[in-house]
Design a binder for this molecule. Sequence first.
Ligand code: GAP
Length: 481
Amino acid sequence: MANENTLQAIIAHAKEYGFVFPSSEIYDGMGAVYDYGQWGVELKRNVREYWWKWMTQMNEQNIVGIDAAIFMHPTVWKASGHVDNFSDPMIDNKDSKKRYRVDHLIEGYAETLSKEDGEALIAAMEKHIAADDFVGLKTLIETNKIACPISKTVNWTDVRQFNLMFSTEVGSVADEASKIYLRPETAQGIFVNFLNVQKTGRMKIPFGIAQVGKAFRNEIVARGFIFRMREFEQMEMQFFVRPGSQKEWYEYWKTERMKWHSTLGIDPAKYRFHDHIKLAHYADAACDIEYEYPMGFKELEGIHSRTDFDLKNHQELSKKKLQYFDADIDPETGKAYGNYIPYVVETSIGLDRTVLMLMSEAYTEEDLSTEEKQDSRVVLKFIPKLAPVKLAILPLMKKDGLPEVAKALLDECRPHFKCFYEEKDAIGKRYRRMDAIGTPFCVTIDHQTKEDQTVTIRYRDTMVQERIHISAVKDLVLKSL
Ligand code: GAP
């Protein structure tokens, strides 16, 4: 169920505990731009590495990675269709001078209606969008009296398309020839390197190329915290296949990506597929994997059958052959498949949206009150392999040789996983701070440790404590990862 309060609580918690800060906060921040703090960066890195390993190491398909530059030749974006097609229908309110994405404006209004009326409105909107019917969209806004949230008036301009790419100039002369774009998707870096990788890696179709990196979009409406950002990170994989086999591979990747999601410990009921009615300019089939965020079901990942659209256009504009010679025998003709431009099935997931999903799942407020006293805690229940810190090592006191024993354990564990060492404050306070950043295990070293080499291990989710031998700590944590 949509719950804006939970989102607000997550945003506040993320800031208070060093996960996500508004960018340039001392200058009052920047819309839809965020910085990751000390724990956010660890969480994000864990997700990135987990995705990378799953794709390029654990996958039964042949997938390799690259890291292409953010700046690309400007013709790339002409060939990809982004210069001409990467735009959203927008509308301006004449009184407030505020600009809105039409779909956001209508969706926002639909949320205020009954379920049935809201769904009918969204369906009508999707029909107009699919038909590029801008007059129909404006009429829909006017007949429903959808007002500007700022001016509260229905005094709208016509609906127009606005390109979402950021541009800048290279070199010292600012003219059209030096205009370049900040990439709006990482995928094009993969397409233009397709032959480089195929030839140098002697890759046989089907094979994939994966990449993780920043992408930039001039999102008009800053909404949903790190859900919709102007600078964000994508984890993308282009899978090159024989023409004609793309539908099969599209289904394969839908299943395969859901398998990855099922390893994150999230209730499957919080995911759903959403098939695209209006296909992007490059696709012959496309769907989103949606997750139920605190603000409702929203797109987390896209799976797109991109045909040969990108490679064909790059071949045409660059005048360089981007073809593959397939020596395998086609059973129908008895001859080699020969030269062709491969088709592509893409999986594309937002790293920041994945982080927001994990934070939404993990964020738990618990009432621990007893008859004697009121008590509560906020705990982030990350699965251990993604938690920013795996183990906190806490000497009960700052004396009697306890820090020395604790530091020896720290030295043993930190080459293997991220640890946190702290001597200050009462042990209860230290536990709560570790709960708040989602550390699954805390170990306390006390005077008994010096006598029998046992420590108290405390489990974050159950808060159960038990004594184990200090030599068993490292393996216990490693086992959970
Ligand atoms: N290469 C295909 C592509 O870029 P997309 O559906 O536009 O497709 C893929 O984007 C994913 O990137 C989305 O599913 C989402 O997770 C993420 N994404 C897109 N725009 C975003 C934004 N403004 N902020 C954060 N993540 C975004």
